[in-house]
Design a protein. Structure first.
Length: 64
């Protein structure tokens, strides 16, 4: 009654493939991969923008 065995997961995978079909699952995978790639590029772009501006936060400046 604890965790599922490999056979349980294979049956679940088979049912998912039968319900949705391989083409739809492939499209969902491609869309998800593209979204993750776009998110990573966006985060990288934000880090580059901050570095390009030369913005430095100085704690001593606030005290003056």
């Amino acid at each position: 009654m604890g965790s599922f065995s490999i056979w349980h997961w294979l049956i679940v995978l088979l049912v998912v493939v039968l319900v949705f079909g391989t083409k739809k699952l492939r499209n969902v995978g491609e869309d998800l991969g593209g979204a993750v790639k776009g998110f990573k590029e966006g985060m990288k772009g934000e880090a580059d923008k901050d570095g390009a501006n030369g913005r430095v936060i100085d704690a001593d400046q606030d005290k003056k």
